[in-house]
Write a new protein. Sequence first.
Length: 193
Amino acid sequence: MVEILARNWGWVLLRGIVAVLFGVFTLFNPAIALMTLVLLFGAYALLDGVFMVVWAIVNRRGRPRWVALLVGGLLGIVIGIQTLVTPNITAVALLAIIAAWSIMVGIAEFVAAVKLRKMLTGEWMLMLAGLTSVAFGVLLFARPALGFLAVVLLIGAYAIFSGILLAALAFRLRSWGRSPASAAPRAQQGVPA
């Protein structure tokens, strides 16, 4: 399983890059219209969902570990398409969609990280990305009255942080693929799980 992940580290990196680009664009354009944010979020959720689905399918190989990523990816695709089809939703509805999507993706990432912890070192990065997504979604549900500008800045910061964590995980997977001794699975290093 770890070898498959190491060979496909590029999908994780691509997810991270898309998240960082989305975050940077959002931070440098905080006055963008709600419609633009809706369309950007829809495109981001759709692309992120597609990347998650592809990564899950490529890594399925008869193992149940890929199901959490597949479900998270499919939910991202559904939310992305729904957002793009109905861009005239209100800011409160957008916040609810973003919050729900963030929580679902975060749970899927956390579950995948927990299942990978016995097989790979550095899984904490995916776990932290998952926890960050869940915390972000809970915050949006708890504080829906936040100003639009604050929400835009929060979304941008979240996307950058999550993207950096995913990119770091990708490079960790890449280094394992190049040098199994430097990032060997915990079972091979004798580290207890």
